[in-house]
Design a binder for this molecule. Sequence first.
Ligand code: GUN
Length: 293
Amino acid sequence: MTASIIDGKAFAANLKEQIARKVSILKENHNLTPGLAVVLVGEDPASQVYVRNKNKSTKAAGMNSYEYLMDDDVSESELIAKVTELNGDPSVHGILVQLPLPKHINEAAVIETISPEKDVDGFHVINSGLLATGGKGMVPCTPLGCIMMLKDKLGSLSGLDAVVVGRSNIVGKPMAQLLLNESCTVTIAHSRTKNLGEVVGRSDIVVAAVGVPELVKGSWIKPGATVIDVGINRIEKDDGKTKLVGDVEFIPASERAGAITPVPGGVGPMTIAVLLQNTVTAACRQLAIDEPE
Ligand code: GUN
C-alpha cells in the first residue's frame, strides 16, 4: 500500500481563506475586527520566526495583530502586568505568550494569568478542564488542526483505535482528549511505554508528538492506518547538511499507511491557521455574536 499524502499546507490555505471571509463579514455586519496579541520574551530564533509568521498571517486574514517584544531579563511580574493589561484591552480578543519562556519565569503562572476567554492557545487550566469535561472552551491549536485533518480524511472516527505517542500538555494530552471526544478508543504512549511497536501496530490512527526523530518505525504501522506526524526535528545527514524529519520514519511508514502527513508541510502549517480560527471564535464569544458559517 502507498499512503495518500495529507497536504496540510493546502488544508491550512483553505482554512485561512474561510477565516478571511468570516473576518470580512464580522467587519461589515458587526464593525468587529478580531485582534490577536502575541508576546515574545527574548530572542530565540525559532520563536522569532513563529511570531513573525503569526503576525503576517493575522494581518493577511484582515485581523489586527499586536506584537510585544520583551527582553529576556524581564521579570515575571512585568510579564504578568503586560498580560493583565491585554486582558483588559477590548481591541484584543486573543492573547498568546510564546513558549518557551526564560527559566526564571514560571510558565504556569503566566498562562494562568491569561483570561480563559482570550486564551487562544487553550493552555489555561480552565480550558483544559473544559476540554476534559465536554465544555465549550478554547482548544489547543495543533491538536485541533490534527483532528480537523483526521475528520476530513476519515469522516467519523467513532470506534477507531487511536494511539497518541507523547504526553505533553500542549499536544499529547489535549490530542488524546479530542480523540476520546470523537469516540475513539485511545491509548497514550510515551518514552516509558513497553512494546511501543505493538501498541502502534494495533492502531487505526497514530498521532506522533514525542519530539524524537523517527522514533515511530515504519514497520510498526498497521496497514491502512492514518498517521499524523506532529514532530519537527532537525537532524544532520551523512554529508553534514541538515534536514527536517518528523517523529515517524516517513518512507517505510508511507508504504504501509493509508494516509500520512509529511514533514514539513503536514501538521506545521495547520497550527497558525487554527490560531487565527480560535481568535475569530474568541472574538465572537466575547461579543456574544454568532460566528459566521
Ligand atoms: N511555542 C511553540 N509552539 C507554541 C504554541 O503553539 N503556542 C505558544 N504559546 N508557544 C509555542
